[in-house]
Design a protein around this ligand. Structure first.
Ligand code: FDA
Length: 568
């Protein structure tokens, strides 16, 4: 059995890689160990960058139709039970604070949403198969060997019991947090697994009457006498509003995980709901561990790893599946160009160079967020009720609690972490300017720039009666050159250079009477080049070259830049 790319794993990373490769016309096979896709909700927050990937792949509408929308995600309370109307504090999360809503809406043509993993994987995998991916369930990856021309993987058919080999030009190890592929190619890792213990319980219960006045994706429940520490924090997460839920509850990693009987799960659900009379149907329960581990390099030879295989961290900040899908978006177009012969194999080195720093950043960020929750515990050291008392001590406690809750912004409103992943690699041509400084907090706030290595800023443009984003002008597996009135020579040069290099490169002029109108003047404010300048986008809508004005020889300037990016 032969293919161009073999993908191991059908989670968010694997399914997204398969879907994108098939979209770009690259033959691929995806193998997965089990007879199904994810059967539990797991990851859910789907941030704007991931929605941009899905928009480019033509899947945004499918996801929006199934996801819980932003306006039902963000009234996040900290309370002593779901039934308790009294709250310890409440935070506007996922950019629902009026101030942050503007940041959110200005940053992208897409909106953040809540799409549980058991709904997301079928969207990705069915688009993949509809577009050409061969998906083989019940197929376990066992081992691989690689040579100068390709990779030979040995897999086991778990239905028949026999082993066979698949030969591919490249292999993507998207086999999750216990990745055998990453281990087999010896990726160097930093950190450790099993930092803390957690239990997930998925249950059905109609909780509308307790949550209708504060719609949120997450409800934080703090209770005294919990399993871990004096005060324990449980998370009740909405899977489907407002009748399906997932509890995350800690256990002491030094001991054994609790016996996850249905009785235990129901007791826990009732304890956090705070009303034993609510009918609860337990759907599943499982134990998992919090990890703090990232790979320093994502590939070895012709084998590339993506997703949890190379970054393992707790669910805080909701970065798990987002980063996994974004890894795939970074890798897929590079594989397509190398396989088609338009790019040299060295382009693939940029995958590690660009994504490994992101993996490290999100592992550190997610683990820091867990630690910062400790500030809430500290503020409640005198017990949950001490804050209700008059007096200086209690006033101080109230202040500490308000500050501790507000500080959770770093878990729930990190727009910069989500959107400002700057790439420094050979697939980006620096223009000699330093990385722009974000005038606000770089984790909390997005800073739009056309600095080479940044994602193209979003601006609404007009074409006839249609309103499109700058991101819609780019993408779709091809390079895009954006210029303005007086920069038409760039567009002519782009057509010549594209033909010469054998790549797809479209040029769009933005301005009065041009291909696109700059409807609100936003693009002119964001583009950081003049009307006659140019901004060159890679297929993943990252800026790889820019010129402040028309070059003396635009064709030569584009040729030189693209040759560097393509490693030819
Ligand atoms: P993922 O683990 O999803 O997929 C791995 C794939 O590889 C699976 O299809 C598996 O069958 C396959 N596979 C493994 N070994 C194989 C082999 N030898 N041969 C063939 N196939 C093999 N994240 C988040 O952001 N928010 C959240 O709330 C949660 N909650 C959560 C709960 C639980 C219980 C878990 C386990 C995880 C989370 N996560 C999460 C993490 C999130 O689910 C995770 O980041 C993504 O699923 C990672 O996607 P991947 O595709 O990398 O791996």
């Amino acid at each position: 059995m032969e293919t161009d790319v073999l993908i191991v794993g059908s989670g968010p990373a694997g399914s997204a890689a398969a879907m994108l490769l098939s979209t770009y016309g690259v033959p691929n096979i995806m193998v997965t160990k089990y007879s199904r896709l994810a059967d539990t909700p797991r990851a859910h927050i789907t941030n704007q960058r991931t929605m941009e990937v899905l928009r480019d792949a033509g899947l945004e509408d499918v996801v929006v139709a199934q996801a819980t929308p932003q306006h039902l995600m963000g009234q996040t309370p900290f309370c002593s039970s779901i039934a308790a109307t009294e709250e310890l504090g409440r935070l506007h999360t996922w950019y629902t604070h009026p101030n942050r809503q503007a940041d959110h809406d200005l940053a992208s043509p897409t909106a953040i949403c809540d799409m549980p993993q058991h709904l997301m994987e079928p969207v990705l995998a069915s688009a993949a198969t509809a577009r050409g991916t061969h998906l083989r369930y019940d197929t376990e990856y066992l081992s691989l060997t690689q040579d100068d021309d390709g990779v030979t993987a040995t897999v086991r058919d778990r239905l028949r019991g026999d082993e066979y080999q698949i030969r591919a030009k490249y292999l993507i190890g998207a086999d999750g947090g216990r990745s055998r592929v990453a281990e087999d190619i010896g990726l160097p890792t930093v950190g450790r697994m099993g930092v803390a213990g957690s239990i997930n319980v998925v249950f059905e219960a109609d909780l509308s009457r307790y949550v209708a006045h504060r719609p949120s994706t997450l409800y934080w429940v703090l209770q005294t006498g919990a399993d871990v520490g004096g005060i324990g924090m449980g998370l009740v997460r909405c899977v489907r509003p407002w009748h399906e839920w997932l509890i995350v509850w800690g256990y002491d990693i030094e001991g054994e995980p609790p016996d996850l009987t249905e009785e235990y799960a129901r007791r826990l659900a009732h304890q956090l709901i705070g009303d034993d009379t609510v009918p609860v149907t337990i759907k599943s329960s499982s134990a998992w561990t919090v990890n703090h581990l990232y790979a320093e390099r994502y590939h070895q030879g012709r084998v590339f790893c993506a997703g949890d295989a190379v970054h393992r961290h707790p669910p805080s900040n909701g970065l798990g599946s987002n980063t996994s899908i974004q890894d795939a978006y970074n890798l897929a177009w590079k594989l397509e160009l190398v396989l088609s012969g338009a790019a040299g194999p060295a382009l693939l080195d940029s995958y590690s160079a660009e994504r490994a720093p992101v993996g490290r950043q999100i592992v550190e960020r997610a683990n820091r967020s867990i630690g910062e929750t400790g500030r809430i515990f500290q503020a409640l050291e005198g017990g949950l009720d001490a804050r209700k008392l008059p007096g200086e001590g209690a006033e101080k406690q109230r202040q500490l609690l308000r500050e501790a809750v507000a500080f959770k912004d770093y878990e729930f409103n990190t727009h910069g972490v989500e959107l400002d992943q700057r790439y420094v690699s050979d697939a980006v041509v620096p223009d000699g300017t330093p990385a722009p400084r974000n005038p606000r907090d770089a984790e909390l706030y997005h800073h739009a720039t056309t600095w080479p290595g940044a994602k193209v800023p979003h601006a609404w443009l007009g074409r006839g009666t249609e309103r499109v984003s700058t991101l819609d002008v780019g993408g779709r597996g091809r390079f895009t050159l954006l210029t303005g009135v007086g920069g038409e020579a760039w567009a002519a040069a782009a057509a010549d250079v594209a033909e010469e290099l054998g790549i797809e490169l479209t040029a769009a002029t933005i301005g009065p009477g041009a291909d696109y109108e700059d409807l609100y003047g936003d693009w002119a404010a964001l583009r950081e080049v003049g009307d006659t300048g140019a901004v060159l986008l890679r297929p993943d809508n990252y800026v790889c070259f820019r010129s402040p004005a028309l070059a003396a020889d635009p064709a030569e300037a584009l040729r030189t830049a693209l040759r560097q990016v393509l490693a030819v």
